[in-house]
Write a protein that binds this ligand. Structure first.
Ligand code: MN
Length: 718
């Protein structure tokens, strides 16, 4: 590849984004002049490197200033051109970007002293927190240097490969830039362990032809079955990256045959509901391997990766992974944070804003006293995720909310009265559920009614403390009577679940323990959420047990049998394992009725009675959206809550790993608390709803496999 200004200009002109070609050309001219006569180790003129970096960034559709800074990124460091000159000619933004990249370049990453190294990473993070484009340029710079690393002397190669592996690839990963990460890792591992990676490549090569045919057949079979989806989905075959196989083979000690996802097929569709439809079809064609299904659409990874993953077995008996995602998810998976520039016009201004990068500051604060390099590197790996979403009012005002916020948070962020009287909201013109998680770029339109008031379950849905506080104060003010009733009901329910039958005296004693003068105030506080019942239950139980100590101890099994309760009937959708279900309001099907499912736009499958008028009168055009559904066998299946006591080495994202292990089994979490033990270990207590002991034991096995987990034990049934 010959990187010249003509090549760059051609790429810019071919781009769909508007670029200031004049400014870019001027940046090129300055850089070209400054680097004149200098050659790279490859023998090419030095200017080819900044041009190559600019080209990589152009692929991410980064803005004009970023491209200019890329062209100029080495001039301050390597030539006589000063930062002031750049500022004068190209403005503050470009100058700051060049300065940031230069500073990161000066941070020694292989310093022998660990504390020094931690300090250096901190410097990188600070540079990033000012403007994320700095690190994106640096990643592109490093990527091109790695692509041309073979021209450097061997010891340089090792040093750069090590740095790349330890710092740049993890940062790329945390920014969700998986294409960059994988390429960096694959180049680095070939340098760091030439023999090991060669062995992997040979294994891959050996089966290449076989594999290609295999993937082609699979793709064809999938294509036939989903041919009615319009426009036709993209189906691509994919081989795992060398380094990810390397890790499984050498680090996790798996044999080549044990790696299910060496072969993978990816299906890319337009909408989320199509994702689940395709999943159903895939599970119909091929046999799914249990416990290998992951729903990263419902539960995105911390770096915002979203997809459905399932591992299935084809007719040939070879397992392979299928990833299903929308185009938008695909772009985010490939480009990560850079996708903001690529696909979401209008966000670029905000992305560099102050607030968005609080997370980096947060890490820095946490790590202030720490000279533990691993901890810091872990923090980079886990916590580098932008935490805010930017949503818009219909008038175009921007409201900044923490990620995971709902329309309730939005309404209260606008005004307390808007929140208190909200009846619903639309995003992009479509009515959405109260628990819909707002995404950056959403335009939210709230509807209000003077007679409406908040619902008590809003307290659980709202994400921000501000909204919750406002909801609580509304309940406190508006409905004391109702709060008392509500509090009594919650206490009764919660106590019954714990097999406790409290006397009025006992309640009063408990109320006084919580500093209430009388039982009614206590009930009312529970009612409006001022006292969180689950938080005081342990204390209540202890008190209760001490008052009723002479009662006979019940065995776990007895308690379990008693606490089994009937659950609303489960429905199985043919071919789809994990999908949203709602019961149609028109016919309200009950267990035992003959039922059929309708694939809705946007809310999973709605279940109707087979003889419902809406079913009988369904237009021909919607025929394909009806699917078979059944009541789960033994509907009204038994379920009970089980509590696990988990002890683990304390580390970031531990809870996330535990909850995703639970999510992997599709078990609802009823309650979770975590705290640190005196010896520094973490202790998580989690209550989940399970249908059988078998399911519970499978969950314990999964949790014990999480790195750092020391023990996971069932503490009893609540
Ligand atoms: Mn460079």
């Amino acid at each position: 590849m010959l990187y010249t200004i003509e090549y760059l200009t051609e790429k810019i002109q071919a781009s769909e984004k508007p670029y200031d070609l004049e400014k870019i050309t001027a940046a090129y001219e300055l850089a070209n002049e400054a680097h004149a006569g200098v050659k790279r180790s490859s023998g090419e003129p030095y200017i080819t490197h900044p041009i190559a970096v600019a080209c990589i960034l152009l692929e991410f559709c980064m803005d004009t200033d970023t491209i200019c800074a890329a062209l100029l990124h080495d001039v301050v460091e390597d030539t006589d051109v000063s930062l002031d000159t750049i500022r004068r000619k190209f403005g503050e933004d470009v100058a700051n970007l060049v300065d940031g990249v230069t500073k990161i370049g000066q941070v020694p990453l292989n310093n022998s002293k660990e504390e020094q190294q931690a300090e250096n990473i901190r410097k990188i993070l600070i540079a990033m927190s000012k403007d994320i484009r700095v690190i994106i340029i640096k990643l592109a710079d490093r990527l091109h240097n790695m692509r041309t690393i073979m021209y450097r002397p061997p010891e340089k190669q090792r040093k750069k490969a090590l740095e790349t592996m330890n710092f740049y690839a993890p940062i790329a990963h945390r920014l969700g830039m998986s294409a960059v990460k994988e390429e960096m890792e694959d180049i680095s591992i070939r340098i760091l362990d030439p023999y090991g990676s060669k062995a992997i490549e040979e294994m891959l090569d050996k089966h290449k032809e076989q594999r290609d045919t295999f993937i082609d057949i699979i793709k064809e079979r999938i294509r036939e079955r989903i041919s009615d989806i319009q426009p036709p989905p993209t189906i691509e075959g994919r081989v795992k990256s060398v380094y990810s196989i390397y890790k499984k083979v050498y680090v996790k000690g798996k044999s080549f045959d044990e790696i299910y996802d060496i072969y993978a097929v990816r299906v890319i569709v337009q909408t989320v509901i199509e994702c689940y439809n395709v999943l159903g079809i895939i599970h119909d064609i091929f046999k799914p391997i249990p416990y290998r299904f992951k729903d990263y659409i419902a539960t995105p990874k911390p770096n915002r990766y979203q997809s459905l993953h399932t591992t299935v077995i084809g007719r040939e008996g070879i397992p392979f992974e299928v990833q299903i995602r929308t185009y938008e998810m695909h772009n985010t998976a490939q480009y990560g944070i850079a996708a903001h520039w690529k696909y979401k016009a209008g966000i670029s201004g905000n992305v560099t804003g102050e607030k968005r990068f609080d997370w980096i500051r947060h890490i820095l604060e946490q790590q202030q006293d720490s000279d533990d390099i691993d901890q810091l590197a872990d923090a980079i790996k886990v916590d580098l995720a932008p935490d805010d979403v930017y949503v818009f009012t219909p008038k175009g005002d921007v409201i900044t909310l923490p990620a995971g916020s709902t329309i309730i948070d939005f309404a209260y962020a606008i005004h307390t009265q808007v929140g208190n009287h909200m009846t619903g909201a639309k995003v992009g013109g479509r009515m959405i559920r109260f628990d819909y998680k707002l995404k950056t770029g959403d335009i939210v339109e709230v509807t209000t009614s003077p007679n409406a008031g908040p619902n008590r379950n809003w307290l659980e849905i709202a994400k921000t403390t501000e909204a919750r506080a406002k909801i609580r104060s509304w309940f406190k003010r508006e409905c004391r009577e109702e709060n008392i009733q509500e509090g009594m009901a919650s206490i009764e329910l919660e106590f019954r679940r714990n097999n406790m039958v409290p006397s009025p005296d006992f309640i009063l004693e408990l109320a006084k323990l919580q500093h209430f003068d009388n039982a009614d105030d206590f009930y009312a506080a529970i009612g409006y959420g001022g006292v969180i019942l689950s938080k005081i239950m342990q204390r209540a139980k202890d008190l209760y047990n001490s008052r009723n100590a002479d009662k006979i101890q019940e065995s776990d099994e007895d308690i379990m049998n008693r606490s089994i309760r009937k659950r609303k009937g489960g429905v199985v959708v043919e071919g789809i394992d994990n999908c949203l279900i709602k019961f149609a309001k028109c016919c309200n099907p009950l267990p035992g009725d003959e039922i059929i499912g309708f694939i809705t736009r946007g809310y999973g499958v709605s279940v109707h009675k087979k003889d419902c008028m809406n079913v009988l009168n369904s237009p021909e055009s919607e025929k394909e959206r009806w699917i078979n559904v059944y009541w789960a066998s033994g509907t009204e299946s038994d379920s009970y809550n089980a509590t696990l006591d988990i002890i683990a080495e304390d580390r970031t994202a531990l809870i996330a790993d535990v909850t995703s292990a639970i999510a992997a089994g599709r078990l609802p979490i009823r309650h979770i608390t975590a705290h640190q033990l005196k010896n520094g270990n973490g202790n998580i207590i989690v209550t989940v709803e399970v249908a059988s002991l078998e399911q519970l034991n499978a969950l314990i096995t999964r949790i014990c496999k999480i790195p750092g987990v020391i023990s996971a034990e069932r503490t009893g049934i609540v």
